[in-house]
Write a protein that binds this ligand. Sequence first.
Ligand SMILES: [Fe+2]
Length: 184
Amino acid sequence: MTTDTLHYTIPGMDESAARTTIDLLQSRLHAANDLQLTLKHVHWNVVGPHFIAVHEMIDPQVDAVRAMADALAERIATLGGAPRGTPGALVAEREWDDYSIGRATTQEHLAALDVTYRGVIESYRTAIKELEELDLVTQDILIGQTEQLELFHWFVRAHLEDQGGQLKTSGEATEAGAARAVRG
Ligand SMILES: [Fe+2]
């Protein structure tokens, strides 16, 4: 929760809407910071025959998600808030567990990333709904970011699909479970 005094906010927004919007943005900022670090971790830890393809696929996603974090933090500041971008604040305030896979095959990491992206995208879509009555400009920023995240999620899922279009990770709710489901 934002407890800092808002000395100003965006013209036309009342303080309570601004505070709730800042809280929603802060949660997205933690998600984006967590995701860009997790993606780099995957970039470094994938092994196996498809190493270079997956290793290189990940870096543009890291860059895009870092840019998302920057836009979210700057929107918080624009609203009169103070974005929290430190690792300590992220770990203390996030509502999910740390990515659980270390060195593993490309398929195992992609399966785990399917679960990671699912969580991030679901929470973005919840925030988009909550912003409907609060701030359409912030909602627009989140809609744009969700489109990119959903595209990256498809890049990941395309590696996990069989010829019939079935996902090997379907029904798996955890990273470890999804990684197990693709182990040959
Ligand atoms: Fe690298």
